[in-house]
Design a binder for this molecule. Structure first.
Ligand SMILES: Cc1cc2nc3c(=O)[nH]c(=O)nc-3n(C[C@H](O)[C@H](O)[C@H](O)COP(=O)(O)O)c2cc1C
Length: 218
């Protein structure tokens, strides 16, 4: 059985292109493997709170020394981390906002990349003291942007702080290499022209092909 953790980050509801793509992914997946499990975490509609000084103090306090207040403060983080730990596939659908990820998605990463839970820290490792604790995850990133040319070799590749940032962070959630990461993106949303429609069609077709590939590996 495969568990998919579906994270939607758009602030929009029914009009969201990225929500449509992630629903399409799940629908395709379920046609192949209806027995699998999908856990939904909607950070766009219910953004996790930003971390605070008290939250940081809580996660750096050994579990048996934490106060009740500290346990309350990090309770959501515990739940979100358990969802990541249980997932085989992390499916993130997200718009590009100001050339990066929405603050709600960044808040989710801040809640789940946590010392002694998803990564360990050891200065004995030299210049790279952080190491992930989780492993074996597949990451699917579904994006949409108003402009275009953000892919490798594109005119705006240097302005893309969305996909590279998610890739870098996901290493600490057990996504071990680029081979475990799949990205499909819609572009041209703000132009509303044929290029946009082609981009939507390509993304929808890309989801079908990707699901078939991943199902065969599951
Ligand atoms: C607050 C905000 C910031 C945005 N910033 C960018 C941007 O930096 N670059 C870009 O190409 N599009 C940008 N867009 C356009 C969105 O990426 C685009 O509308 C996308 O389709 C939104 O995803 P959704 O359809 O899932 O809601 C922005 C939209 C909003 C609302």
């Amino acid at each position: 059985m495969t568990t998919i953790l579906k994270i939607d980050a758009s602030a929009r509801g029914d009009r969201s292109l990225t929500r449509k793509l992630s629903s399409h992914f799940v629908q395709q997946w379920m046609e192949h493997r209806p027995e699998d499990v999908v856990v939904e975490r909607d950070v766009g509609r219910n953004p996790p709170p930003p971390v605070t000084e008290d939250w940081i103090a809580g996660v750096f306090t050994p579990p048996h020394d934490r106060s009740e207040e500290q346990n309350d403060l990090i309770a959501l983080s515990d739940i979100l981390i358990a969802e990541v730990a249980a997932a085989d596939i992390i499916l993130i659908s997200t718009p590009m906002y100001n050339y990066g990820m929405p603050s709600s998605l960044k808040a989710w990463f801040d809640q789940v990349i946590r010392i002694n839970e998803t990564f360990s820290f050891d200065l004995g490792r030299g210049d790279y003291p952080l190491a992930p604790i989780l492993s074996g995850k597949i990451l699917v990133i579904l994006t949409s942007s108003g402009e275009f040319g953000f892919a490798t070799g594109g005119a705006r590749e240097h302005m893309n702080h969305l996909v590279p940032h998610i890739k870098t962070c996901s290493f600490y959630l057990g996504v071990e290499s680029d081979d475990c990461i799949h990205h499909i993106g819609i572009e041209y949303q703000e132009f509303r022209d044929d290029r946009h429609q082609r981009s939507v069609d390509d993304a929808n077709n890309g989801v079908v092909v990707l699901v078939e590939r991943l199902v065969n590996m599951a």
